[in-house]
Unconditional design. Structure first.
Length: 181
């Protein structure tokens, strides 16, 4: 291959590689079980923690995995850990993710979900098959501990809740855990 052809291929491929690198880089986020735990951590003010927890609780109604039967939800999340029907069953929120760094002064700006779907606070869930890991409603692993975490871009995207067949959420979590992913 001529050197000029190789250079063209490199120049053509560079933007694609750059785009892939930029979209897959993890960012910093913070995970907590409650607003009180967030406040005790001292990274965010109590008002920010309360607001972000409330935002995640509101998002829970839209983003939680959905099941047609209570037994299907409990097979993935555990007995007495699902609510419903409304008109479906969904797991209880077990934590929340703040998808941004604290701004100077310890306060966070409000987020326009229509404009910035990757930065909103999100509800998190723990399945029976992988109880040590928080996951988004889309079943993307986020963290196994509270506080500052590295969050993959896929976990930052806010998605509407999806209907899951029996064993769907937990089995996918177990498959990822056993494959090291």
């Amino acid at each position: 291959m001529k050197r000029s052809q190789a250079l063209k291929l490199v120049l053509i491929g560079a933007p694609v590689l750059t785009l892939a690198w930029c979209t897959s880089r993890p960012t910093t986020g913070y995970t907590y079980e409650t607003a009180e735990q967030c406040t005790r951590d001292g990274v965010f003010s109590g008002s920010v923690c309360a607001r972000e927890y409330a935002n995640a609780r509101s998002a829970h109604a839209l983003q939680a995995p959905r099941y047609g039967q209570r037994g299907d939800c409990e097979a993935d999340f555990g007995t007495e850990r699902c609510d419903g029907p409304q008109p479906y069953y969904s797991p209880r929120m077990s934590g929340f993710l703040i998808n941004r760094d604290p701004a100077s002064g310890g306060d966070l700006p409000d987020v326009d979900l229509d404009r910035d779907r990757r930065r909103a606070s999100q509800p998190l869930y723990r399945s029976l098959d992988d109880p040590g890991t928080w996951r988004t409603g889309s079943n993307v692993a986020v963290a196994d501990h509270s506080g500052r975490v590295s969050v993959a871009r896929a976990a930052q995207t806010v998605d509407a809740g999806r209907f899951v067949s029996r064993g769907g959420f937990g089995q996918a979590a177990a498959a990822r855990a056993s494959s090291g992913g």
